[in-house]
Ligand binder design. Sequence first.
Ligand code: COI
Length: 367
Amino acid sequence: MDSIGFDDINPSEMTDVLEINITKTTDSKLPEVDMDNIAFGRAYSDHMFIADYEDGEWKNSRIIPYRNLSISPANAALHYAQSIFEGLKAYRTQDGDIATFRADENARRMRSSAIRMCMPAVPEELFLEAIYELVNLDRDWVPSTDGSSLYIRPFQFAMDPYIGIRPAQKYTFMVISGPVGQYYTEPVKVKIETEYARAMPGGVGAAKTAGNYAAALYPAKRAQDEGYHQLIWTDAHTHKYIEESGTMNIMFVIDGMLVTPQTSDTILAGITRASAIELAKDWGMIVEERRIKVTEIIEAMEQGRLQEAFGIGTAATVSQISVINHEGIDYELPSGESCEISNKLLKSLTDIRLGRVPDKFGWMHKI
Ligand code: COI
């Protein structure tokens, strides 16, 4: 997709914005955090990165102590959701180093989200520099307990104090981070959604944009009220094809093959999803990325050919699915140690991230 109205910035003209002005906190909140009991998304590290887009260029990059923002009540992002984000993690490796996982892929995905939402893309160099500097400054915040990491949230939003409809002219790019544990602390129960839709062809389902998550809240809440953790979204037109789970992509093991919906303009192209596919192919497994009919999954469950189902994402890591509900029927699935592929994927990803095995794919970046 071509960018509309915003010229890309030549990296050689970006020397100023790559020089980050740093103001350190004098009042670290780290002693207040119980690193042995970290929930997802509750604690934020001491500093945050900010850069402004104004007059056609990114400028004024700075890291300052984490604090509230001051925003015009007419802020365009608040009214019209011109807002995008990313999620990635930094890990404390077994040698005590700090390393991020595939941040360059997040930079690329944020760029495509920006183009779709008619926003100027953050140059990859700025995106990476912001993350690496922030993580370096807050490196003591990277936890070392099992299953934990530092979650990094880059995000960009319109800053015009203007309630007419148009692409904003001013934007803010920020990065915050915080220690996290598991997003799902138990195998997840999901319900196949056949009434509401998350995304439609030609829409913004493939962009990591705020409104996609807001639109999912109501249907997801209805499922949660019935005892499910999440939905499995289906295509908007027929509700016959499996798409994704909203907080994660979805994968199945059927007859020994790894089967997952192919990405499209209605599905987020997950970086953990892509990594799992690469790993599985590397093990010699047959991987099918294709359209998956709901009826195929139901039949495979009924015939005992569906060996595993799991969600996969940065926050969710690899989350086994123990129940799939479809039109009032709960189908119970194996979960726990018997699930060879999801456990092997989680272990392989964890081993690479914690430096327990060589990083043969070149996915880690040491800070
Ligand atoms: C992520 O996995 O990083 C996401 O952005 C999903 C969100 C549910 C936390």
